[in-house]
Design a protein around this ligand. Structure first.
Ligand code: ACM
Ligand code: ZN
Length: 545
């Protein structure tokens, strides 16, 4: 290093440190919490959190105290944090009190910071977890963030005195990952779950199967992954009309990996929602078991994006049993309440030409192929309900008539979701206009290739999941919203992160905070203070401008 460079480096270090202390504690300024809490009252003074930190687990709070200890250990880059018994002293106290359920529900919490310490109370473990997430943000965004690269174990940790009472606006706060188009390793999915849970998301849909790949081990049908998890080539990066000539796979999750992932997610109060697409987007399965297609001829895993004409044969009883066998293993693996059966973008041309499908239409007295899809959904719904699960699908499942208890995920705008809610069905809103995070978030030559479309941060933040004309009595059917990270143009987890953040952080406020709390320019200034957190978590994000 020559002298000049050395001086430049020294100057940079001084500037960095002075920028750091210019950030310095101002206990009176409200913390930059996202999603914004329902109620926040600032009090005079602050609490200095000294190290080593001890968390006291009062009634029934041991498990959540342990999770918070891990998160704070990582945030503070400190020695492991002790969890102590109720009789012992400690700066942070966690308590479950079921009598809070009426006021706060399962996911709400009260967080109080006084000069004497921090207390988090909730009716259930989920609430304590979210209170803990808020505490992490209080430390990380207010004053000298422990996430700053210059922070040391001696950096003061000051939290302003305050009282927060908080609970989510919506019960369903979701994101979707698509490992079918490009596989996402378990370690990436875990990191994603950890990040989303700190922003109080509670549902992660895994799009496990599609025309381009089958990514879930099914023990009864090993060829699903032996054959269906490999494709001959993929669309070329930069020119989607060409093939890249490179075989892709085998890539899939073993059942053991899924069990591990489910446990990891459960600890962070995230439900994993498995999606097994049918009858369309099913080519990877048919490449392994072509006898369950209408034409029965050998076919290969799809090597281009887009929609495949060959779909599951709904006239073949063995094909219906095949699907049920797969779902039986899915139900054993995923403990959540819902199973997603896809249902979107299924061209019904093969069904029009298929003698078996036509025979089914006649024997069941159906009017058309859309009703045949509904008939198939009925078989699947009965099967899932028999296992205590509820079926959810994309809004195409409305076309031939909804099955009795199906929930709808509305992606082609909000109308499908609105119609379903009016008919008494539960709905998750996920319209392309606000929730398609595979669409570009900015324009310009530096932005990466995207599938098309445009969903900037402000559009996400402006999203209102409840259609304004929906009568009050039907609003309860809008469970919440979900953003989708379809994977065609994400070659790695780092690409996923760039498209997910910071838009997912904007969505977290849409689905958690009171609707009248929203103010984009004020949100954006809070968001600036989350860059350090994302950096600390090793999450790539589009720069916050
Ligand atoms: C979808 O984007 N086809 C649900
Ligand atoms: Zn058929």
């Amino acid at each position: 290093m020559n002298r000049r460079n050395h001086n430049t480096a020294a100057l940079a270090a001084v500037l960095l440190l002075s920028a750091f202390s210019a950030h310095s504690v101002n206990a009176a300024s409200p913390p930059a919490l996202i999603p914004a809490p329902q109620k926040l009252v600032m009090r005079d003074g602050s609490f200095e959190l000294n190290r080593p930190v001890t968390i006291v687990a009062e009634t029934d709070a041991e498990r959540e105290a342990g999770t918070l200890a891990e998160e704070l250990h990582s945030l503070l880059n400190s020695d492991p944090i002790a969890v102590a018994k109720p009789t012992e002293p400690g700066a942070i106290r966690l308590e479950i009190d079921p009598s809070l359920a009426a006021a706060l529900g399962r996911e709400g919490y009260r967080l109080t910071v006084t000069a004497g310490g921090v207390q988090i109370r909730a009716a259930a473990e989920a609430g304590l977890f979210y209170g803990g997430a808020t505490l992490c943000q209080l430390l990380d965004t207010n004053g000298d963030s422990p996430s700053h690269p210059a922070a040391t174990p001696a950096t003061p940790l000051s939290i302003p005195c305050l009282e927060i009472e908080d609970a989510p606006r919506f019960a369903w706060r979701g994101l979707l990952l698509d490992p079918a188009r490009h596989f996402l390793p378990v370690e990436f999915v875990k990191k994603f779950i950890r990040t989303m849970s700190l922003y109080k998301f509670n549902s992660l849909q895994l799009h496990l199967t599609d025309d381009q790949g089958w990514r879930l081990q099914i023990k009864k049908y090993p060829e699903l992954t032996q054959i269906g998890s490999v494709r001959r080539e993929s669309p070329k990066k930069g020119d989607r009309t060409q093939g890249d000539g490179t075989p892709y796979g085998p890539y899939f999750y073993t059942q053991e990996e899924i069990r591990d992932l489910v446990a990891f997610a459960a600890k962070r109060h995230v439900d994993l929602l498995p999606e097994i697409e049918m009858p369309g987007h099913f080519l990877a399965a048919l490449s392994a078991y072509p006898q369950f297609s209408c034409r029965g001829v050998p076919i290969q895993v799809r090597t281009r994006w887009g929609i495949e004409p060959d779909i599951l044969c709904a006239g073949n009883d063995d094909a219906i049993d095949f699907v049920k066998d797969i779902l039986a293993e899915v139900c054993d693996l995923f403990p959540g309440r819902f199973v997603h059966i896809g249902g979107d973008e299924a061209p019904r041309d093969r069904w029009k030409e298929c003698p078996r499908c036509q025979a089914r239409i006649r024997s069941q007295g159906l009017k058309n192929e859309a009703q045949l899809q509904t008939w198939m959904n009925q078989q699947v719904e009965k099967f899932l309900e028999g296992r205590g699960r509820r079926m959810i699908g994309w809004d195409e499942i409305l076309e031939g008539g909804l099955t009795p208890r199906a929930a709808v995920m509305s992606w082609r705008g909000m109308d499908g979701g609105k119609a379903a809610a009016q008919a008494g069905h539960d709905v998750v809103m996920s319209p392309t206009s606000h929730c398609y995070f595979d669409y570009a978030q900015a324009r310009g030559p530096d932005e990466p290739e995207a599938i098309g479309g445009f969903v900037p941060l402000e559009a996400v933040y402006s999203f209102e999941p409840v259609p304004p004309s929906l009568p009050d009595s039907q609003r309860k059917h809008i469970l919440g919203a979900q953003a989708n990270l379809w994977g065609e143009y994400f070659w790695s987890g780092s690409d996923v992160e760039y498209f997910a953040f910071p838009r997912a952080i904007a969505l977290s406020e849409v689905v958690w905070s009171p609707a009248d709390r929203r103010d984009f320019s004020e949100f954006r200034s809070r968001l600036q203070r989350h860059a350090l957190t994302l950096q600390r978590l090793g999450v790539r994000f589009r720069p916050i401008d």
